[in-house]
Design a protein around this ligand. Structure first.
Ligand SMILES: NC(=O)c1ccc[n+]([C@@H]2O[C@H](COP(=O)([O-])OP(=O)(O)OC[C@H]3O[C@@H](n4cnc5c(N)ncnc54)[C@H](OP(=O)(O)O)[C@@H]3O)[C@@H](O)[C@H]2O)c1
Length: 280
């Protein structure tokens, strides 16, 4: 049990919800915030930052990367981290991504220096693509429709369970020994999208397939669905990282931090299929 008081940003999101649950299990006082929470937190509205921070001694920090051109992550996270430290926060755990190249003109690890220079104890999490993109995120609707077109070629990605990312975040927020660490978090195996979708098709008994498409065709397709052009390029570049095998080596970080293996994609798919998430 702990007497820590933790602010969780992105509290409605895939990791934020799980981090909050894990913290509560450990007895921490938790405030989850986002643009839709009773205590509202909006990266675009700095007036909302201070009320959210009231009483917090640690923060799980999720940025809003998905808005190319809309914000300066380093500046924004730096301003927020400075305010947090000034208001008594002593520990910052920042969620970034295991993508060190620029994608769509953006650096997904742009917030790291801001927390490293904040004066608080910091831990950075750089996960691979989440399992939960398949059952609650960006890939779900295509999978339900039976075809997932992506410019990922036959590239491999060691997808990781948000439960494992959240468990590492909880450890970093509450336990000793994680300050000053950057954790690259993956699942146990690197899979192609053809293999991942094949696993889902097998578990559901449905015909669902992965279709490799070109970067250009993918951007054109997204734009047809009214996705803004710069965001379409950002997404295509992000998937292109997988096609190029940029981060395809599994890491042992989950095991080192949690003392157990990360969850396997097959187990995740079995559970999600039982819940009927990919049924029509
Ligand atoms: N998805 C992946 O596979 C993956 C892999 C590695 C790293 N990441 C990183 O994880 C982070 C979150 O991405 P995600 O796709 O998984 O999303 P998510 O955490 O599932 O959802 C985003 C969260 O941020 C909140 N939010 C969005 N815009 C906000 C704003 N302007 N101000 C305050 N809160 C805001 C949303 O809540 P409201 O809508 O209620 O405001 C939601 O709680 C990103 O930094 C991403 O780079 C994702």
């Amino acid at each position: 049990m702990t007497d820590k008081n933790v602010l969780v940003l992105g509290g409605t999101g895939k990791t934020g919800r799980r981090v909050a649950a894990g913290l509560r299990d450990r007895g921490a006082a938790v405030r989850t915030v986002s643009r839709t929470s009773p205590v509202r937190f909006d990266w675009d509205d700095p007036d909302t930052w201070e009320p959210a921070l009231t009483g917090a001694d640690a923060v799980y920090l999720v940025d809003a990367q998905d808005r190319p051109g809309c914000w300066d992550a380093e500046q924004c996270i730096g301003d927020f981290a400075a305010l947090a430290v000034d208001r008594g926060v002593r520990r910052l755990v920042l969620l970034q991504a295991r993508v060190t190249d620029e994608v769509g003109g953006k650096l997904l690890i742009a917030g790291e220096r801001a927390v490293q220079e904040s004066g608080a104890d910091w831990t950075v999490l750089r996960p691979n693509w989440f399992f939960q993109n398949f059952d609650e995120g960006v890939l779900l609707e295509c999978l339900r429709a039976g075809e997932l077109p992506l410019p990922a070629g036959e590239g491999r990605e060691p997808f990781v369970d948000c439960e494992d990312v959240a468990a590492v975040a909880v450890a970093a927020l509450l336990d000793h020994g994680h300050a000053g660490r950057t954790y690259e978090l993956s699942g146990p195996r690197a899979l192609t999208f053809a293999e991942a979708v094949g696993t889902i098709a097998h578990a559901t008994g449905r015909e669902i397939r992965y279709t490799p498409v070109t970067h250009g065709d993918y951007v054109d397709e997204l734009v047809c669905y009214d996705v803004p052009g710069d965001y379409a390029v950002f997404l295509a570049d992000l998937v292109g990282q997988i096609r190029q095998g940029k981060n395809d080596t599994p890491t042992d970080t989950v095991r080192r931090v949690l003392g157990r293996e990360p969850r396997d994609f097959d187990d995740f798919v079995k559970d999600a299929a039982l819940r009927g998430v990919w049924d029509l």
